[in-house]
Design a protein around this ligand. Structure first.
Ligand code: HEC
Length: 132
């Protein structure tokens, strides 16, 4: 009887000693861009990814977003475009990434002076696109 009790208890204490389960490998804006965006937009964001030739409309050149917007990078707009819900004409060509980027939230001021709860990975990805 004692042995039958001790064995599960021993397993439990070993599990408890292990602490938290290992976390998923950390992502960065750069790694998310390489994994999810470069195939269409190109490694440098110029719209020349390997899949770009077959897409209509073609992926845009992400390095000219600020220039096309009067010199200001529209951070909130770009985040909603990546997220998916603000696209005027959602097309299968540019997928939405809401599910993928959901997770840890941060308070982020995208330029309007208001700290808005925003997914961290979305912020990191947008800031990476801004630097392209
Ligand atoms: C399957 C191809 C594809 C993938 C993958 C893709 N995009 Fe796009 N993206 C497009 C196309 C095509 C457009 C332009 C047409 C449209 O508006 O639907 C676009 C438009 C955009 C725009 C609007 C740019 C502008 O010039 O105003 C942004 C920002 C953007 N993509 C960022 C991203 C990011 C960041 C990722 C990765 C998370 C990504 N895209 C993944 C195809 C893709």
């Amino acid at each position: 009887m004692l042995n039958r009790l001790m064995f599960p208890l021993a397993i439990l204490s070993v599990l408890a000693a292990c602490g938290k389960p290992p976390e998923a490998p950390a992502t960065t804006g750069a790694s998310d861009f390489a994994t999810y965006c470069a195939a269409c937009h190109g490694a440098g964001g110029k719209g020349d990814g390997t899949r770009s030739a077959s897409l209509d409309p073609a992926p845009t050149d992400l390095t000219t977003i600020a220039a096309r917007n009067g010199g200001t990078f529209p951070r909130a707009k770009v985040m909603t475009q990546i997220w998916g819900y603000a696209r005027a004409t959602p097309t299968p060509e540019m997928p939405g990434y809401a599910t993928l980027l959901a997770g840890e939230m941060v308070l982020y001021d995208s330029g309007d002076g208001i700290l808005t709860p925003t997914p961290l990975r979305l912020v990191e990805l947008m800031e990476y696109v801004q630097k392209l």
